[in-house]
Design a protein. Structure first.
Length: 80
């Protein structure tokens, strides 16, 4: 259900990136150079990965929380 609700925002963000990326390269490739533009793109992807890793470390994953609850329930009542 959450994936269905977030799909529109994800597509909108992807479209925004597909517009802003080429616009950035078109505008700054002469002054900054193509390698620098590639570095900006690579840095953006690396920043995304670090952000996702930090989020998972801080808040965990839903499946992990459910498994932890099941283990705690079994430890309280081994007959279940």
């Amino acid at each position: 259900k959450q994936a269905k609700r977030s799909y529109g925002m994800m597509v909108a963000t992807a479209q925004l990136g597909s517009i802003l990326g080429p616009t950035f390269v078109n505008r700054y490739s002469n002054t900054l150079g193509i390698p620098t533009c590639y570095m900006v793109g690579a840095s953006s992807m690396l920043t995304l990965q670090v952000t996702m890793w930090t989020y998972v470390k801080m808040f965990g994953v839903a499946e992990d929380k459910k498994e932890k609850e099941v283990v705690e329930t079994k430890e309280e009542d081994p007959k279940k």
